[in-house]
Ligand binder design. Structure first.
Ligand SMILES: C[S@@+](CC[C@H](N)C(=O)[O-])C[C@H]1O[C@@H](n2cnc3c(N)ncnc32)[C@H](O)[C@@H]1O
Length: 392
């Protein structure tokens, strides 16, 4: 291996979720001091720790195993730097591989061309040594190589996840009306403090049901990648199958398929197609009887327990003319929170701050999150028993 344990890792996530990720990684065995960057966290640790991240992280996208950094002002320097890594430590001439190349603020400006240079350097090294070369597979390669070129310094890593960990497999990625990515939904739930002891969780505008399903998996203590078929480490030469199998067995033992006591997780949507889709997704996630879905207008939403968490990802009104209609819905949210939900805490993921003003309650906390490219605020509203709430 180019690098021996302790290994260095960079764990990526969506912008805005870095703090949530750091908290989560610590619960999964990461060291207490972590280096924070935009879009991810770096840390040192063992292969077992990296496997745990791949299996258990609800918030990460990828787990990158760092190999080497070097200056790459020109394509030739990039080629030479890649060639200086012994790739037979990581794959064989019979392996498949692909290169993900991201760059910014560098003299090399074409990521596609740079990825080809990297590929050529690897292929040429194998040909010279073994007279044969690995093939390229961009879908599910044995080894996915990640190169990040920033200020002319190339950071080369192996992508141990292989495919973004937010793809849990319970959801058709195209389904739903602006569905949340699974790791963003998990991050939102972490920020709400939701756990198996929460009395109740209600998502009154559930769409494809991502928040409900992620909540169900938290209650079940299900490792989110337990049933995933493909990881980037499976075809990597450094993979230790016995170690991975042990962690999967451990995760199977921890999983509580039918918890005796669990919060009531109730999701609604006024669109029956969304309710059907969310129900199907929850079934695929093995959450029948744990997460409940039904059709309901938000105006009919009432508390299902004395206390609990309301979590809402309402429409943002991206089309012209939507905004005025949606203002009524946001106004209604504020009214219903204070009139119907004393003792509850509500969280609204607001992608349109003008609309959020129509809620007309004073949030007690605001978290900046990104839903894809849209900068959002997760707004927290605490409704106090008896005294109503804090208003603006
Ligand atoms: C942005 S989507 C939610 C996406 C969801 N978080 C997911 O991951 O799929 C908003 C949802 O609110 C629902 N909705 C809009 N107005 C509603 C209302 N008045 N009552 C109930 N549901 C409503 C829409 O049908 C839509 O599915």
């Amino acid at each position: 291996m180019t690098q021996q344990a302790p290994y260095s890792f960079f764990i990526t996530t969506s912008k805005g979720l870095e703090e949530c990720l750091a908290e989560e990684l610590k619960t999964l065995g990461a060291p207490a001091t972590l280096s924070h960057f935009q879009g991810g966290i770096s840390c040192e640790g063992t292969l077992e720790m990296a496997y745990r991240f791949c299996l258990w992280s609800r918030i990460a996208n990828r787990v990158l195993l760092f190999l080497k950094a070097f200056d790459a002002y020109t394509p030739e320097a990039l080629y030479a730097g890649i060639e200086s890594i012994d790739w037979s430590d990581h794959m064989t001439e019979d392996s498949s591989f692909c290169v993900d190349f991201n760059l910014s603020s560098s003299q090399i400006t074409h990521s596609h061309y740079a990825a080809l240079k990297v590929k050529d350097a690897i292929v040429d090294q194998f040909r010279a040594k073994f007279g044969a070369r690995p093939t390229v597979d961009t879908f599910h390669p044995d080894v996915r190589i990640n190169v990040y070129l920033y200020h002319n310094e190339a950071h080369v890593s192996i992508d141990l996840a292989g495919e973004s960990l937010h793809k849990r497999g319970y959801r058709d990625q195209s389904g739903g009306d602006a569905p949340l990515k699974e790791n963003l939904a998990a991050g939102i739930l972490q920020l709400t403090g939701f756990n198996a002891d929460t009395p109740a969780l209600v998502d009154p505008m559930c769409g494809s049901g991502t928040l409900g399903v992620e909540a169900g998996w938290i209650v079940q203590k299900r490792a989110p990648a337990l049933n995933r078929k493909y990881f980037g480490f499976q075809g990597w030469q450094g993979h230790v199958p016995s170690l991975w199998r042990r962690l999967v067995e451990e995760a199977n033992d921890i999983l509580i398929r039918n918890p005796n006591h669990c919060p009531r997780i109730q999701c609604y949507d006024h669109n029956p197609k969304m309710v059907a889709l969310a129900t199907l997704n929850a079934k695929k996630a093995a959450l029948e009887g744990i997460v409940h879905f039904s059709q309901q207008e938000f105006s009919d939403c009432t508390p299902i327990a004395e206390q609990g968490i309301l979590v809402i990802n309402p429409p943002y009104g991206e089309r012209l003319g939507d905004e005025e209609t949606l203002k009524d819905l946001y106004r209604l949210m504020g009214d219903r929170f204070k009139q119907q939900f004393p003792g509850w805490t509500a969280y609204v993921l607001a992608g349109n701050l003008e609309l959020a003003k129509a809620i007309h309650l004073k949030p007690t906390r605001r978290f900046v999150l990104f839903n894809g490219p849209i900068e959002c605020r997760l707004l927290k509203y605490e409704m106090y028993q008896g005294s109503g709430r804090k208003t603006s």
